[in-house]
Design a protein around this ligand. Structure first.
Ligand code: THU
Length: 132
């Protein structure tokens, strides 16, 4: 699985978007260290706040697929180059992705920028208290 393949997986997921309201298709692909890829697109609902992001769909597939160590995440959008995950998705991604996981942003042709999870969500909320 190359980064080009990961980009392609995110684009293929994006094609499955259900975004009739915003008409803003987004795709996400999560790669684990054992080479598995979990993808998602944004899914909107006529009651607008009930829709959710591509990253959240991908995380659902990741969890139901058994999880694993996340090494790379790619997010792509049809109408915006270098579309970054929203605040809520940053928190959701940080729940599962380690701080050094790479987050790849794209234009319409491929990956153009790579940052880390901790760059994406510095000072993110985390505590052991709630899990002990
Ligand atoms: N969206 C995502 O799927 N991921 C992001 O990182 C940013 C925004 C979606 C939510 C909504 O369906 C549409 O893009 C417009 O906000």
């Amino acid at each position: 699985m190359t980064l080009d393949d990961l980009f392609s997986a995110a684009r293929e997921a994006m094609a499955k978007t259900h975004s009739p309201y915003s008409k803003f298709p987004v795709g996400a692909a999560i790669l684990t260290e054992d080479g598995r890829v979990f993808t998602g697109a944004n899914i909107e609902v006529v009651s607008f706040p009930e829709g959710w992001c591509a990253e959240t769909t991908a995380l659902g597939h990741y969890v139901m697929g058994g999880g694993g160590r996340i090494t790379d995440i790619c997010v792509t959008a049809e109408r915006l180059d270098e579309c970054t995950p929203c605040g809520g998705c940053r928190q959701r991604l940080a729940e599962f992705a380690p701080p050094d996981a790479r987050v790849h942003l794209t234009d319409q042709a491929g990956i153009t920028k790579t940052i880390t999870m901790v760059d994406l969500l510095p000072l993110g909320f985390k505590t052991e208290i709630l899990s002990t």
